[in-house]
Ligand binder design. Structure first.
Ligand code: FES
Length: 119
């Protein structure tokens, strides 16, 4: 089972094929996901510090292309299907946004250990 290291936070393990955002949240981290995992809000963005996060779906690519000043290794964690060990930097947390009452609707679960998207 892949290990997800979150810089400055800790680490967790995550089933292959699962959405990265859900693994992070289930580890007790208040990562934002304001659009519910639909590649629209970008609040679930993370930096991939180490590891291979897999192919970027077109909706994610299109949405990130409209955000300025992103590190080149930025991904939307709601669109990342965990394949292997990763080290990430969580960029948006509820605790840093006191004007928000919650992190957003929980993204739906993809089938755990389900088929991986093609590379
Ligand atoms: S882009 Fe909104 S939750 Fe990922």
């Amino acid at each position: 089972m892949p290990t997800i290291k979150m810089e400055g936070i800790g680490e967790t393990s995550c089933n292959v094929g699962r959405r990265l955002v859900l693994c992070v949240e289930d580890a007790g981290v208040d990562i934002l996901h304001r659009c519910g995992g639909n590649a629209r809000c970008t609040t679930c963005r993370v930096e991939i510090v180490e590891g291979e996060a897999g192919p970027m779906p077109e909706p994610e690519r299109e949405r990130l292309s409209r955000v300025e000043d992103l590190a080149p290794n930025t991904r939307l964690s709601c669109q990342v299907q965990v394949r292997d060990d990763l080290t990430i930097r969580v960029l948006r947390r509820l605790r840093d946004n006191p004007e928000m009452s919650d992190a957003g609707p929980r993204p739906i679960e993809w089938p755990e250990d389900g088929p991986l998207a093609p590379e």
